[in-house]
Design a binder for this molecule. Structure first.
Ligand code: FES
Ligand SMILES: [Fe+2]
Length: 390
């Protein structure tokens, strides 16, 4: 069945006068393998995806793998310090070169017949095949880019617009995240579709209810996070829907009075602030379709991405960063840096899994979003629908 015929059958939600969906999606979008595969192909294979922070692969030969559906990518730093990304698929007979994970390698040697590849993906040697034209058998390359110390990859075949173009309205340069270091990474395997994770991340209608002991304490109950300044660009150059939310200064109205950062106390948890100037940087937040967010607080930063695993499983990954010169035990206590976001993540994991269970029921009928409190979730889904309707 084509997407268009499904649209004709009313599978897509109705839209309001603002062009945004007025209800959540039909069950199939959140439950079926067909839609999961389509999401990987039509969404995740056509967007910039966060891979990791540069501090996680500081040395030549450092690499990580990224798993996305049936696709596996290797992101590696070569001897010159450049970042390269390529498919984890041997050019001989297709074997995976590396198991999922990270490590350091001088070369990538295929475990099957020992074809070996340089750190930029070029074929180095194919045993007993002296006449092979090496330049024809490089690992299939993947676009990669570093933006503010964060590495992104893109599976598109044609060259994508640079990350900086998409995020041109979002300025976190003052936090100097290229001079930060990752001090903790946690994976939360949530038994919920990636869009349920994504919608929940965009709205704070639930914050007072779900996060009463964590995030809810920090937020101004009047404005809530829906008051994020929307300097983002939801209309791309070609008139396409884009989803990027940028809040320039959370202390200015979105945080409760006296709150300076996203810690349990609302006070700084790292003495060595981000950036190099004498003044603290403002608390800024970016959320970008389909699965990326960075909260750049004055004293630390949190990078979140949620990676689809199957129709009803998502890895919600969170990284915490402090200034590269901050010393644990002296400038910061790791538990204090991690505590609030970790608690918030556990609360979100529980609620999105409950939503998934309800959506799985034959009794589920898409219900109305709150307007305006869930407008950012509506915009997120609008972008999604624009991509899958193509
Ligand atoms: S499949 Fe990789 S060397 Fe044969
Ligand atoms: Fe939440």
């Amino acid at each position: 069945m084509s997407v268009q015929s499904e649209a004709d059958n009313g599978l897509f939600p109705e839209t309001g006068s603002d062009g945004l969906p007025v209800t959540s999606l039909a069950r199939e979008f959140y439950t079926s393998k067909i839609w999961f595969d389509r999401d990987i192909e039509q969404v995740f294979s056509r967007r910039w995806l966060f891979a990791c922070h540069i501090s996680e692969m500081p040395n030549p030969g450092d690499y990580i793998t990224m798993e996305l559906g049936e696709t596996s990518i290797i992101v590696a730093r070569n001897k010159s310090g450049e970042i390269h990304a390529f498919h984890n698929v041997c050019r001989h007979r297709g074997t995976r070169l590396r198991e999922p994970g990270c490590g350091n390698a001088a070369v990538f040697v295929c475990p099957f017949h020992s074809w070996s590849y340089n750190l930029d993906g070029g074929l180095r040697a194919a045993p007993h095949m002296p006449d092979i034209d090496k330049k024809c058998y490089s690992l299939k390359s993947v676009w990669s880019e570093v933006w503010n110390g964060m590495i992104f990859i893109n599976l598109m075949s044609e060259q994508p617009k640079p990350v900086a173009d998409y995020l041109r309205n979002a300025d976190i340069s003052g936090h100097e995240l290229d001079r930060a270091k990752v001090v903790a990474v946690k994976d939360y395997l949530t038994k919920a579709n990636w869009k349920i994770n994504g919608e929940t991340f965009q709205e704070c209608y639930h914050c007072a209810v779900v996060h009463g002991d964590s995030l809810g304490k920090l937020i101004n109950p009047i404005t809530t996070y829906t008051a994020y300044e929307d300097s983002g660009d939801r209309t791309g150059d070609e008139g396409e829907v884009e989803f990027m939310i940028y809040s320039a200064d959370l202390e200015d109205g979105q945080f409760a009075p006296g709150v300076k950062t996203e810690s349990m106390s609302g006070q700084f948890v790292s003495k060595r602030l981000l950036g190099s100037g004498p003044e603290p940087q403002p608390a800024r937040l970016i959320s970008w379709f389909p699965n990326f967010s960075v909260g750049a607080w004055p004293d630390f930063a949190v990078i979140v991405d949620w990676i689809p695993v199957s129709a009803q499983e998502t890895i919600f990954r969170t990284r915490w960063l402090v200034h590269q010169d901050a010393v644990e035990g002296k400038d910061y206590i790791l538990d204090e840096v991690v505590e609030l976001t970790h608690l918030t993540n556990i609360e979100d994991k529980k609620i999105v899994e409950l939503q998934q269970q309800g959506v799985n029921s034959p009794a589920y009928i898409p219900g109305p979003y709150h307007q305006p409190l869930e407008d950012d979730a509506r915009k997120y889904i609008a972008h999604y629908l624009a991509m899958v309707k193509k």
